[in-house]
Write a protein that binds this ligand. Structure first.
Ligand code: NOJ
Length: 597
């Protein structure tokens, strides 16, 4: 939708609100089974692009905006109507763009503002809205605001960040540990004070208590709406509000530190900041918001999403962090059962049944590849990719596909920690050594959990560097690219990509997959994830075998009514050469089926 039409709709809606008190366009509250009142972002598929690694158009080894423009048809083939770009603003790239130096400028590595305008326009013409990543908890330490703030205690920007005096002995103001490891405080010689950073020291936290900071952030978001952005993913939201009490927290590591997440996340008052943002930025406009909001409990959800909430959706982490139940450090993670995963997903489905809307995801740029995360090491990636893809594309909510997931990408395992770029992989490696793990064990943990697993370049074809660049890619292309690439998979009806295309197209035809209520089936099973989607006219049962064995189940217990004509509509084996037809009551290894009339 172009800006003009959006502006007309906004004026129309504002008038309607005044005259009738109608609810705003972004946060309508949906009850299960309603159909026509869904908004565009609830009926479409979203796709996350990690810009560094998607497509390079100028041979410098980094993805860029013109590269994205050249691949919009790939997104179209997956029914994508919203594309979330990781930060494209000017940045020293200490954390690949999550350290913003200038929110109003495009990173020259990625192109120019003209390229950005062209991307928004061309995407729009193909029915794809560009979603910007707003990194508002912190900036780069090279941002002008911070450069001014650190100069003195009495200039216009002095109070834009969180500064504290040292303890009497000169040490940090408290013992909080940053999310990337080490103290959350860094000393500034110039100002003779410490500043707080929830993440790396190059990412100082903004002081949201200061109304000028909040206004500056609203202005940035409005600038991008004016440019034609269709929505925002809002980074690291739980941390924007700091508690009044800055005293030491309970020590939980060998360095005498306390986890900053436990000390500051989702502090009372955070919703006031966010509702101000909603009022000043998104309310009444045809854009959606999805907050990265780890740790919001189901009883709080109604304040976060839905008609009364501050966002349209929130990414929460319960299903992707099952192994982090006991510890946040990478070598101390624990195991989980299929019933744990099913419970986490079912809880989120139930919590968003009447409050807001759920963004379905298994992968993003901070997580390892889902095939390795959710299945044992020797699993056939094609079957596993189709199995997870089936859940992703049939739960209730908006599916967020992460680049490469639709091709069945798997983790990398490089020889040395020096081969890894991700700053968090380096700090987690050091933490593992300090916990007493050997170098080999620490590297194993990096292989399993590194964010670089998800950041290797996209694999487009079998040419050099998988068609990603004509130069040297900033991260090596995965060895598997000869088999796993968009061109080869497009020609193979049994590939992960073909399955994604089939299911996204099926989803767009079957209203029940968009608006139908969710009900879990076979909840006790440690082998099968089964659920139903149902509206007043239609019903589909989805069954996914999470094991490498043949598994049978009782169709009646799975709620399948053969007498009423329910049959297998799709099986992930159906295009595999010489494979037998799928049968109700049995699932082959990692088989996924959709049953309905
Ligand atoms: C979450 C982002 O997804 C991650 O990539 C980044 O490092 C942190 N927030 C800090 O911005």
């Amino acid at each position: 939708m172009n800006r003009r039409i959006k502006a007309i709709i906004s004026i129309f809606c504002l008038t309607a609100i005044i005259l009738t008190g109608c609810s705003n366009m972004t946060n309508n509250n949906l009850s299960e089974g309603s159909s026509d009142d869904l908004l565009w972002w609830q009926k479409t598929n979203a796709y996350e692009i990690y810009v560094n690694s998607f497509q390079d158009s100028d041979g410098d080894g980094y993805g860029d905006l013109n590269g994205i423009r050249s691949k919009l048809d790939h997104l179209k083939s997956l029914g994508v109507g919203a594309v979330w770009l990781t930060p494209v603003y000017e940045s020293p790239m200490m954390d690949n763009g999550y350290d913003v130096a200038d929110y109003y400028a495009i990173n020259p590595r990625y192109g120019t503002m003209e390229d950005m305008d062209a991307l928004i326009k061309e995407a729009d013409e193909k029915g794809i809205h560009v979603v910007m990543d707003l990194v508002f908890n912190h900036t780069s330490d090279q941002n002008e605001w911070f450069l001014a703030s650190k100069k003195s205690r009495d200039n216009e920007y002095s109070d834009w960040y969180i500064w504290r005096d040292p303890k009497e002995d000169g040490s940090e103001p408290n013992n909080w540990r940053s999310i990337f490891g080490g103290s959350a405080w860094t000393w500034c010689e110039e100002r003779q004070q410490y500043y707080l950073h929830t993440f790396a020291s190059a990412q100082p936290d903004l002081n949201w208590e200061n109304p000028d900071v909040r206004q500056a952030l609203c202005d940035i978001a409005n600038f991008w709406i004016e440019k034609g952005a269709g929505g925002f993913r809002m980074d690291a939201i739980p941390y924007i509000k700091k508690p009044a009490d800055f005293s030491d927290g309970p020590v939980d590591d060998s360095e005498g530190r306390a986890d900053i997440h436990k000390m500051t996340a989702n502090t009372d008052g955070i919703l006031d900041f966010l509702s101000e943002f909603k009022t000043k930025v998104t309310e009444g406009k045809d854009v959606f918001t999805v907050g990265e909001a780890n740790g919001v409990s189901p009883d709080q959800l109604k304040y976060w999403v839905g008609s009364e909430g501050v966002f349209d959706m929130i990414f929460e982490f319960s299903h992707v962090n099952l192994d982090f139940k006991e510890s946040e450090t990478w070598c101390k993670t624990g195991s989980w059962l299929l019933t744990d995963l099913k419970k986490a997903l079912t809880d989120s489905q139930k919590a968003t049944a009447s409050n807001g809307w759920y963004p379905i995801y298994f992968e993003n740029h901070d997580k390892p590849r889902s095939i390795d995360h959710f299945f044992p090491g020797n699993t056939d990636p094609v079957l596993a990719g189709k199995a997870l893809g089936t859940v992703l594309l049939t739960l209730r909510g908006t599916p967020f596909i992460y680049q490469g997931e639709e091709l069945g990408f798997t983790n990398v395992a490089w020889d040395s920690i020096d081969d890894y770029d991700d700053l968090n992989s380096h700090s987690q490696y050091e933490i593992a050594l300090s916990e007493g793990f050997s170098e080999e064990e620490a590297l194993d943990c990096v292989h399993r959990l590194s964010r670089d697993n998800a950041r290797t370049p996209m694999q487009w074809d079998i040419s050099d560097q998988a068609g990603f660049t004509t130069g040297t890619p900033w991260l090596p292309v995965h060895d598997d690219y000869i088999n796993e690439n968009a061109e080869t998979e497009s020609k193979d009806p049994s590939s992960v990509l073909s399955w994604y295309r089939k299911l996204t197209s099926f989803r767009s035809e079957k209203a029940v997959l968009i608006n139908g209520a969710y009900k879990e089936l076979l909840p006790e099973s440690e082998e099968i994830y089964a659920f139903e989607r149902k509206n007043e006219n239609d019903r589909i049962v989805i069954l996914v075998n999470f094991t490498g064995e043949d598994v049978s189940y009782d169709p009646e217990k799975a709620g399948i009514d053969k007498a009423a004509g329910e049959k297998i509509l799709h099986s992930s084996y159906e295009d595999i050469k010489d494979s037998a037809p799928a049968s109700i009551g049995n699932l082959r290894p990692y088989e996924a089926v959709l049953i309905g009339r």
